[in-house]
Ligand binder design. Structure first.
Ligand code: 1CP
Length: 362
């Protein structure tokens, strides 16, 4: 429960699954469910820049609701971006059409870290919290609202590379050349991430997801040094801060891309839900964890371009592999802009129908 008073939640299926409680069907949402594959999103983007939408609570709320109006999804995710944190720290970030994020002045050496602002998250990102509170009211309890953030290592990559990169050569070389300075930067980012998550929960987020999308680029040794300790501290610090404020702690989802490597390492970090990408078979992922841990994933996004018969077969395989309890259906990563919107409807409805049949037959 947050500090605000909100309409009663009518569909708590996804929250129950996240907490390991029984559900009568498998809940489903889609990473990047509000985005370029939706014509109604592209229409708003013709009139407004990406960050203008993020910074205008009414627009962010409208875009958050677009996929909820179209599909029987079991959660909404607030429209924002992981790169609002580097912006709040004083970096300039532009969103270039069909290229993606661009930082005109990325961090090129450790002394650049000194220029970053500290302790400014509450004020700089107040528009995210306003958008969350507004969206909770507009949702009217239809489904829960997810808040999110990038993890420190993933944010560090964008701040050094200056955008998306195929190798992360610059960011990774910091870890080898300047390990101590890299820790200083990760520490600063970790504090920003903790504040951002706490504020989102206070504003009304009913679950939060951390995206460590660049985990897969690390060696196991680098992962243990530069990613996992921060993820662990974020979980501990957010839950103790929320509990100390007298608020109810919400489930935390950790999505670390590169499941074939990272899944074993993130098992006991305190997260309620672990995201799985397509590099691990559902039954293999399930066999690694006790019943208590909820898993989320993992349809390969381009599979949504297949015919309905194929999508249905893949859905059934996924439900059989993960099982129908302590499981949240999703893709293995964000949806692509060229996915046909009708196939998303088919995916969502098939998850519901097939899982309901399986649970009834048990
Ligand atoms: O031009 C456009 O209209 C921008 C496309 C777009 C959208 C719709 C970007 C640019 N970001 C977003 C929204 C967004 N980003 C959400 C919204 C909520 C939802 O899920 O519906 C979320 C959760 C994110 C998270 C995000 N942004 C991540 C982590 C998830 C992931 O895909 O690994 C990352 C790495 C980013 C950076 C980013 N933002 C946008 C781009 C093109 C990128 C680079 C990575 C990429 O190409 O996906």
């Amino acid at each position: 429960m947050s500090k605000h008073s909100f309409p009663v939640l009518k569909n708590d299926c996804l929250l129950r699954a996240a907490r390991g409680l029984r559900t009568e069907r498998v809940p489903v949402w889609i990473m990047r469910q509000a985005g370029r594959y939706l014509p109604e999103f592209r229409k708003v983007r013709e009139e407004h820049s990406f960050f203008e939408i993020c910074r205008t609570p009414a627009l962010a709320c409208e875009i958050t609701l677009q996929p909820i109006r179209r599909y029987a999804l079991d959660a909404a995710i607030i429209f924002s971006d992981i790169l609002v944190i580097p912006q709040a720290l004083g970096m300039q970030v532009e969103m270039k059409p069909s290229i993606g994020p661009h930082f005109p002045e990325p961090l090129s050496e450790p002394k650049d870290v000194e220029k970053l602002k500290k302790g400014c998250i509450d004020e700089e990102l107040s528009y995210v919290y306003e958008a969350i509170t507004l969206t909770r009211h507009e949702l009217d309890g239809l489904v829960p609202l997810i808040g999110f953030t990038g993890a420190p290592w993933t944010l560090m990559c964008y701040m050094i590379e200056g955008g998306s990169s195929k190798t992360l050569s610059k960011a990774k070389s910091w870890l080898y050349k300047w390990p101590e300075e890299s820790h200083n930067l990760l520490h600063l980012l970790k504090d920003a991430v903790i504040s951002h998550l706490v504020n989102q929960i206070k504003a009304g987020a009913q679950l939060v997801q951390i995206f460590e999308s660049n985990a897969e680029y690390l060696t196991p040794d680098l992962l243990k040094k530069f990613s996992l300790p921060y993820l662990k501290e974020i979980q501990r610090s957010v839950s103790s801060t929320i509990t100390n404020l007298g608020l109810e702690m919400v489930p935390m989802i950790l999505y670390a891309k590169g499941s074939a490597m990272v899944l074993d390492f993130i098992a006991d970090m305190g997260y309620d839900v672990l995201g799985v990408d397509w590099t691990v078979a559902p039954s293999v992922a399930r066999s690694k964890f006790s019943e208590g841990i909820c898993l989320q994933g993992n349809l390969d996004p381009p599979a949504l371009k297949a015919d309905h018969e194929t999508i249905k077969r893949l859905v059934i395989d996924m439900l059989q592999g993960f099982g129908t309890q302590s499981y949240i259906a999703n893709l293995g990563h964000g949806i692509y802009p060229d996915i046909p919107p009708d196939n998303v409807a088919f995916f969502v409805n098939t998850i519901h129908e097939e899982s309901e049949k399986m649970i009834k037959a048990l």
